[in-house]
Design a protein around this ligand. Structure first.
Ligand code: TMP
Length: 221
């Protein structure tokens, strides 16, 4: 049932991940890109973290429910990684091997930002758990939707919040610093988007960035 991320089978699809602080508009952006891809005849698989599989969704409920308020940082990291390990092997790797474009709402970078920086577990430790959970699978492209935490908080007032949304402002400041640190690594897979703009402007920008990319993406657009 599960696939091995390190298998020698050719990987023909693309893994595109979406990252950013709370309220940064990732989910709306993903919806917009899915319909754009569909008009171009490209079906995409959309998954989310934590979650995306039956096991992962149960872990998500434990992670995000307000009743889990006593959860320690280490447990939080391990449950995020457990959900990721399952998603990679059950859904992402088989889809990539079948040539499908996978759009993933958060992935390993979120653990760096939230658990590494937000909880203070440190990026180096989190990287080791990420490597174990993903089996070394890296996104081809990561949209980093950057939104200052104060603005994210204002947007959250309009929706139902979960356990992590309700963390104190300092936690969300550290998460934001984590995303800024990731952006500053200059890794070519990162495309930084200014998420203070309207959903339409964000989508147009993301589409423009996709169109500019050379590696293998053009065959999907
Ligand atoms: P969502 O609100 O984007 O659906 O994400 C769920 C929450 O889980 C969000 O507060 C970010 C958090 N999260 C982590 O803390 N670490 C992780 O590794 C992931 C994937 C999500």
């Amino acid at each position: 049932m599960t696939a091995n991320p390190r298998s020698d089978k050719p990987r023909r699809g693309l893994l595109i991940t979406f990252e950013g602080p709370e309220g940064s508009g990732k989910s709306t952006l993903i919806e917009g890109l899915v319909s754009e891809l569909a008009t171009r005849g490209c079906e995409a698989l959309v998954v989310r973290e934590p979650g995306g599989t039956s096991i992962g969704e149960r872990l998500r409920a434990v992670l995000l429910d307000h009743s889990s308020r006593e959860m320690c940082a280490e447990t939080e990291l391990l449950l995020m990684e457990a959900s990721r390990a399952q998603l990679v092997r059950e859904k992402i790797v088989p889809a990539l091997e079948a040539g499908i474009v996978v759009l993933c709402d958060r992935f390993a970078d979120a653990s760096i930002a939230y658990q590494g920086f937000g909880r203070g577990l440190g990026d180096k430790l989190v990287e080791r758990f990420n490597e174990f959970a993903t089996g070394g699978l890296e996104p081809d492209l990561t949209f980093l939707c950057l939104l200052p935490p104060a603005e994210g908080r204002a947007r959250l007032k309009q929706r139902k919040t979960d356990r992590l949304d309700r963390e104190d402002p300092e936690f969300h400041e550290r998460v934001y610093e984590g995303y800024l640190a990731l952006a500053s690594t200059g890794l070519p897979r990162f495309v930084v988007l200014d998420a203070t703009r309207s959903p339409e402007a964000l989508r147009e920008d993301a589409l423009g960035q996709l169109a500019k990319l050379e590696h293998g993406l053009l065959k999907f657009l």
